[in-house]
Design a protein around this ligand. Structure first.
Ligand code: C2E
Ligand code: MG
Ligand code: MG
Ligand code: MG
Length: 292
């Protein structure tokens, strides 16, 4: 068969490539259906201030409750829609769901900002800040400051002027930004200094291994040192143990998120977690003095 194809040099497409495109197309169609059928949902992971135990917010993380495959993490399906306009559709859906959840929590007396991940494609949509404004108007009962956005450093650096304009307009709406997965891209704090970023999130890959890998420790140390020099708050992702937390507080990082604190959970489990969290041994009494 390969031989046959080799002779037909005018056949510029490779049938296996063609098959791949078809699979991608089918996967995207299936994803659109999932979005329409409410098979997607948001999990929430708490973010805390380590020295006080204070819960400062939650991050919304998308999940796909697939009827056959079970609960799928974003790594399983976000690549299907990467760099397509479906990312915008998904992003709008996530923002809407987060605000609806925010209304429910406000009614229950839970007042925590929700951090929503925004894809580069979505952030750089021309009227992004208008869409955010309309979203806030649709949910006017939610106090301001309750929506925060997480963007990858790569998104911001791709078109820094456009990112700067959009982010500034959002900031005027009281929507602040975190730089996600900091340390994995090619930018540096010196570039990010230009952007209205209120929080730097140190990528979990460095944090997870910082206690066993000297290089990761060096990266974590330098990011914390620089962020403090630039007076930018930072949060460590991937805090899996109390030992991680102690080390981070000692280095001067105040905020954390990770399995050691809480796994991402369905919205209805959050109230109970909030009730139990203050009783967690060791976690609520970390002070810089103690651990140094
Ligand atoms: P992210 O924004 O960096 O989110 C943190 C990821 O780390 C989450 O993975 C979370 O479950 C995981 N994580 C939290 N604590 C720990 C820990 O202690 N150890 C380890 N090993 N992992 C931890 P998840 O939920 O699988 O999400 C993966 C990525 O998918 C996110 O990374 C984000 O980039 C993307 N994502 C998730 N939800 C959305 C969304 O609604 N929209 C967009 N555009 N992207 C999303
Ligand atoms: Mg994030
Ligand atoms: Mg991250
Ligand atoms: Mg990530």
């Amino acid at each position: 068969r390969a031989k046959q194809r080799g002779r037909n040099t005018f056949h510029i497409f490779d049938p296996s490539q063609d098959r791949l495109l078809q699979v991608r197309h089918e996967q995207r169609e299936r994803f659109i259906e999932a979005l329409r059928n409410n098979e997607l949902c948001l999990y929430y992971q708490p973010q805390v201030e380590m020295c006080s135990g204070r819960v400062v917010g939650v991050e919304a993380l998308i999940r796909w409750q697939h009827p056959q495959e079970g609960l799928l993490a974003p790594g399983m399906f976000l690549p299907i829609i990467e760099a397509t306009l479906l990312e915008v559709d998904l992003g709008e859906w996530v923002l809407e769901q987060a605000m609806l959840q925010q209304e429910r929590w406000q009614a229950q007396g839970i007042h925590l900002p929700i951090n929503v991940n925004i894809s580069p494609t979505h952030l750089l949509v021309e009227d992004f800040s208008n869409r955010i404004q309309q979203l806030l108007e649709r949910h006017a009962s939610v106090p301001s400051g309750m929506l925060k956005l997480e963007v990858l450093e790569t998104a911001a650096m791709h078109d820094i002027q456009a990112a700067l304009a959009t982010m500034s307009r959002c900031q005027e709406l009281d929507v602040s930004f975190a730089i996600d997965d900091f340390g994995t891209g090619f930018s540096s704090l010196t570039h990010l200094r230009q952007l209205p970023v209120n929080l730097i999130k140190i990528d979990k890959s460095f944090v997870c291994d910082m206690l066993t890998d000297e290089d990761d420790m060096a990266i974590v140390e330098s990011v914390i040192y620089m962020a403090n020099r630039f007076k930018r708050p930072m949060l460590a992702e991937g805090v899996e143990t109390l030992e991680h937390a102690k080390a981070l507080v000692g280095l001067g990082c105040a905020l954390a998120q990770g399995y050691g604190i809480a796994r991402p959970m369905p919205a209805d489990q959050l109230p109970q977690w909030l009730r139990n969290w203050p009783r967690r041994e060791g976690w609520n009494s970390l002070s810089r003095r103690q651990v140094n």
